[in-house]
Design a protein around this ligand. Structure first.
Ligand SMILES: *Cc1c(COP(=O)(O)O)cnc(C)c1O
Length: 502
């Protein structure tokens, strides 16, 4: 499908090029035109007996039609297999009960985080894209991470031919468990560096490396291209449409709904990628009533969806749901592109205002459309902890802090709307064992600050008896492979040495 820069309709590319490039030259994001999506409605009846992999093939074939069926099948098989998603052979994203509502479990992948849903397949889409474009190059991925993305990327690219990856994380900016996950990462083509600095320093470093003449020169001579596994890549977005469709089908097959019944999805939102995938599912004809956008104290999206003003000039809070601690939600640009009927000039205007003044206000026409399909609210830290406790005690479900934000916002939604006839599906984005300290203290009350994350993890198990994902339970006994700690100024030389020895 032809993809356009959200900031310039004259810049249009095929999907393999968009996957290779990530961003367009003008800083826009690649996306199809509204009509092109709406012309591809899916017929639920005809796919209701298909597996996750088969439905993935249907959806990916719509957007990535420059790939052959065999190529897409290869990518899908490499990602959604029983090695990556062990405990739920062939189901991949199970739908389970929580009270009167449902949990769509997106955390059963290799690193127990929702990022796995896209980062297991992206490396394969990326290498296939290079082959199709006859660019016979080796791909080196650079990733700056504040936690989950780094590990999911390391796992996704592990031993993928013709690729290698370096991840930079802030030494003191990730949890003990996240750190150990990365230090023990497997694969001959992966590398991990701890940076003396914060997450912003890591991001600045990666940007600087891309812009560095000397490094570009070395890459050219070694036939290497630098790339990122960034969350704005269309190759990460489209695979996320799949589980919206399969969860609807799961409820059909459990006789909880009939074909055509509307459902709500509740999405713990950060960069707006996950919930945007839900909106794409709706454009394809999936019967969705509301997409409920749940935020934490960083509630810039709540304000935007309720008032039409996006204002990033605000206090930044570090919360116990860190993957949602975001002030600029990049994928929102794609929603505005669709809702303005592909009006690139309007998008340029909004994004310029965001860059210069830190805020913009959308037209009332676009705001009305947003309000028709979205509901937004947020929950604070104590509401989040309270929700973890209630879900455990009342519903007998152990949920992580991100999922708890969604759970809490769903209850606010229910109090404001009497729509009990509609099934509510909460997207559950991480294993509670990835955040054992926050979850344990929510259930038990205050815990001793001196005990480490692994004690919290084990105690959480003894209190709840919910099984620990294998990738986390074996962590403590895994071999440490990466202990490099560098200052900002040392990183470029370090990378140059790496690239030269490639
Ligand atoms: C990334 C992430 C989110 C937010 O998803 P977006 O696509 O950025 O909105 C929510 N929960 C967890 C656990 C995540 O890792």
């Amino acid at each position: 499908m032809k993809l356009y820069s959200t900031r310039n309709l004259n810049d249009s590319v095929s999907s393999p090029i968009a996957i290779i490039k990530g961003l367009s030259n003008d800083g826009g994001l690649y996306f199809p035109k509204l009509n092109d999506i709406e012309n591809k409605k899916i017929d639920i009846e005809s796919i209701k007996n298909l597996s996750y992999k088969k439905i993935a093939l249907k959806i990916l074939s719509i957007f990535f039609d420059e790939f052959s069926v065999e190529e897409l099948e290869d990518c899908i098989e490499s990602a959604y297999n029983s090695k990556n998603f062990k405990s739920y052979d062939e189901i991949i994203a199970p739908v389970t009960k929580i009270g009167d509502d449902y949990l769509l479990e997106l955390f059963n992948g290799p690193t127990s985080a929702f990022k796995d849903m896209a980062l297991t397949i992206l490396p394969h889409l990326l290498t296939k894209s290079y082959m199709k474009c006859e660019l016979n190059k080796k791909i080196h991925i650079l990733t700056a991470t504040s936690g989950d993305t780094g590990m999911a990327a390391l796992s996704g690219f592990m031993n993928v031919p013709n690729t290698s990856i370096t991840v930079f994380y802030p030494t003191d900016g990730v949890s003990q468990i996240q750190k150990l996950q990365m230090k023990t990462a497997e694969g001959d083509n992966v590398d991990v560096v701890a940076l003396n600095g914060n997450f912003d320093d890591c991001q600045k470093l990666v940007k600087n490396i891309y812009a560095d003449e000397n490094i570009r020169h070395i890459c050219d001579s070694k036939n290497i291209v630098l790339s990122s596994a960034n969350s704005i890549n269309i190759g990460r977005l489209i695979p996320q449409v799949v589980y919206y469709v399969t969860s609807y089908i799961a409820l059909l097959n459990q006789n909880k709904i009939k074909i055509g019944d509307l459902v709500n999805f509740v999405v713990p939102t950060g960069n707006f990628g996950d919930i945007l995938a839900g909106y794409i599912a709706k454009l394809l004809g999936l019967p969705i009533d509301k997409l409920i956008c749940a935020s934490n104290d960083n509630n810039v999206l709540t304000e935007f969806i309720n008032t039409g003003t996006y204002n990033k000039n605000r206090v930044f809070y570090k919360t116990i749901s860190p993957s949602m601690d975001i002030l600029v939600s990049s994928n929102l640009e794609r929603l505005l592109f669709i809702l303005s009927n592909d009006d690139d000039k309007t998008i340029v205007q909004y994004m310029n205002e965001l860059n210069t003044t830190g805020e913009y206000t959308i037209s009332s026409d676009i705001l009305d459309k947003i309000k028709k399909d979205f509901f937004a609210d947020y929950s604070n830290e104590s509401e989040c902890k309270e929700s973890i406790k209630i879900a455990f005690e009342k519903d007998k479900r152990l949920i992580d802090p991100h999922t708890a934000i969604a759970y809490s916002v769903l209850n606010k939604f229910k109090r404001k709307n009497n729509s009990s006839a509609v099934a509510n599906i909460i997207l559950s984005t991480a294993s509670p064992y990835k955040f054992p300290r926050a979850v344990l203290s929510a259930i038990k009350g205050d815990i001793n600050n001196n005990i480490d994350d692994f004690h919290c993890l084990n105690e959480l198990y003894s209190v709840t008896n919910v099984s620990i994902p294998t990738n986390l339970s074996i962590l403590k006994n895994k071999k440490i492979r990466f202990e490099t700690i560098l200052n900002y100024d040392e990183c470029k030389d370090y990378l140059v040495n790496k690239l030269v020895s490639c």
